[in-house]
Design a protein around this ligand. Structure first.
Ligand code: PRP
Length: 212
């Protein structure tokens, strides 16, 4: 049985369709209910819906052989897993954002609110700027509005959340997309099967690129 951790939500549905096209269908998963585990014994596959930021934990600890996680999570937590393929979906960017018109004179320690403390520290160390990191768990955009921080480091997809809160991107840190990851031990035993899936998905991505 191949165990696959899918990120709950729209991205997960897109990615499941890729697994389906690779021959690992599990029709019950398309029924709209609150179940978290789905199996297709005939195809020897079991899917779990996992919170996107938890996929890498399930894969690292071997509860899932493979899964799909954002590059942001892989960079932030550096889980001990194999990163097999950029799936080219779930594209967004990690960026520094601030209230429209914000100017950093560089004189004071910059207060930065973020969920991604490790990516943020590494980025500001690279640019040589002193910062005070404020770790938050969500709705990061509120921090500069309420004066908790000067700027934020967060994921920007459409830019709508920033716009609606009168914030703007001031620096891009890195592009993000979803990656196919594998458990290291699982890869030893099921390597061929996992490689076949990765190869099939790579072909799907290339076909898609050609159609654009
Ligand atoms: C993410 C991110 C931004 C938003 C960006 O939040 O933290 O708030 O999406 O998307 P946009 O550019 O398309 O508006 P998420 O929905 O994951 O919730 P969070 O507040 O818990 O971080």
């Amino acid at each position: 049985m191949l165990n696959i951790a899918l990120p709950k939500g729209r991205l997960g549905e897109k990615v499941y369709a890729m697994f389906e096209r690779a021959g690992y269908d599990c029709p019950a998963i398309r029924e709209n209910n609150r179940k978290l585990i789905f199996e297709n014994p005939e195809k020897q596959v079991r899917y779990f819906w996992v919170k996107p930021s938890d996929v890498a934990i399930y894969v690292q600890r071997g509860c899932a052989d493979i899964g799909v996680a954002g590059k942001d999570i892989l960079l932030e937590y550096e889980p001990d897993v194999y990163e097999l393929l950029d799936l080219g979906v779930g594209k967004c960017r990690m960026a520094v954002a601030a209230p429209v018109g914000f100017y950093d004179s560089g004189e004071k320690t910059l207060r930065v609110a973020t969920k991604f403390t490790s990516i943020t520290s590494a980025y500001y160390a690279r640019v040589g700027r002193d910062i005070d990191i404020i770790k938050l768990n969500g709705s990061i955009e509120l921090a500069p509005i309420l004066g908790l921080s000067d700027v934020i480091v967060d994921i920007v997809e459409t830019g709508t959340t920033l716009k609606e809160n009168n914030l703007e991107v001031i620096e891009e840190i890195l592009p993000i997309s979803a990656r196919l990851i594998a458990n290291k031990a699982g890869y030893k035993f099921k390597g061929e099967e996992i490689e076949n899936i990765a190869m099939n998905m790579k072909e799907q991505i290339e076909r898609n690129d050609q159609n654009l």
